[in-house]
Design a protein around this ligand. Structure first.
Ligand code: AMP
Length: 321
């Protein structure tokens, strides 16, 4: 009986051993799975964190409420209140302080110095739209300005565009390739912006061409051929020149949609869409409108990236349905 008992014992031990090793393997496997699960979870939470805060956000947040050379936070709040300026920074939180005087603008943004001397001689201080929109435009952000006509918005949008252009290596006018495009709903409005731009041409070296229906098309073609840094255009005539390769927007880096609500009222939406297809995706876009109805919001969300919205005065209450 003895050997059988020994055999039986050793068999039981073997069975126990094999069970133990099976158990050990199972535990090891479970441990490995747990570890993998944990590291996957950590990776996912890291990813969630990354997605929650886009790459560009920290820089924008760091720049929050950039100070000008001389205005205190108190003065800025008082100025905005007095001039009924409201600023909506959306998700980016990059709130730029207004420049309350030309000297303050020159000190804060040295690139504006000569341009202010050329464009603003005779004026005593920036209008509210200029004071608030210049620092935003100069930061390179897209911008929506809701303001009445006659508020000084032409220089409000031209100045940052020209400073941007002056920062380039080659600022000379290029044949048929404007650096700045201003789209306006009517010939009169386009001509006004063109005049403002060309008035300071001698001092600034910036040339502008007005491209609008009802004006000599041949002369416009010649002017584009000579070259101009700025094109101020109504949509219809511009499309006609684009389709004949007489104007090329592939190097345009600054786009202005002036009186955007009027452009939509006049049925220019398909034309705007077409013109957008000729423009580079990488550009700064500035849009001005006297009202802020749903169609304008839709237009802004389609063509502007992460813009700052500025409303000035009475225009801020007038929301056409
Ligand atoms: P706009 O809204 O750009 O058509 O400008 C309306 C009028 O305001 C024009 O006659 C401009 O010459 C004038 N203007 C522009 N900027 C200033 C300023 N800073 N101070 C006084 N008048 C200005």
């Amino acid at each position: 009986l003895f050997p059988y008992t020994t055999l039986f014992r050793s068999e039981t031990e073997l069975l126990k051993k094999s069970n133990k090793s099976k158990k050990g393997k199972k535990e090891k496997k479970e441990k490995k799975q747990k570890k993998e699960k944990r590291s996957k979870g950590e990776e996912a939470s890291k990813k969630r964190k990354r997605e929650k805060v886009p790459a560009t956000e920290p820089t924008a947040k760091k720049q929050k409420t950039a100070q000008t050379a001389s205005s205190s936070a108190k003065q800025i709040v008082a100025y905005r209140k007095e001039n009924r300026i409201s600023v909506d920074t959306g998700d980016h939180g990059d709130d730029r302080a207004p420049v309350l005087s030309f000297d303050e603008c020159k000190a804060t943004f040295p690139g504006t110095s000569e341009l202010l001397d050329a464009f603003c001689k005779g004026f005593t201080k920036p209008t509210p739209i200029q004071a608030q929109c210049w620092p935003i435009g100069l930061s390179g952000r897209d911008l929506i300005g809701i303001a009445e006509t006659g508020s000084g918005k032409t220089l409000g949008f031209l100045l940052p565009g020209i400073v941007k252009l002056n920062a380039e290596v080659d600022t000379k006018p290029r044949k048929r390739q404007p650096a700045i495009l201003v789209l306006a709903p009517t010939r009169e409005l386009a001509m006004q912006s063109d005049i403002v731009c060309n008035e300071a041409a001698a001092e600034t070296g910036i040339r502008s061409v007005c491209i609008a229906g009802g004006l000599d098309r041949g002369a416009q073609n010649q002017a584009l051929k000579r070259g101009a840094q700025v094109v101020v255009a109504t949509p219809g005539r511009l499309i006609s020149l684009l389709e004949c390769n007489e104007c090329d927007l592939s190097r345009t880096k600054y786009l202005v949609l002036d009186e955007a609500d009027r452009m939509l009222d006049m049925g220019f939406e398909p034309d705007i869409k077409k013109i957008m297809s000729y423009l580079p995706k990488k550009r700064q876009t500035v849009m001005f409108s006297a009202t802020w109805p749903e169609e304008i919001r839709a237009l802004a969300s389609q063509y502007l990236k992460n813009p700052t919205k500025v409303k000035i005065g009475r225009a801020s209450c007038r929301e056409r349905v």
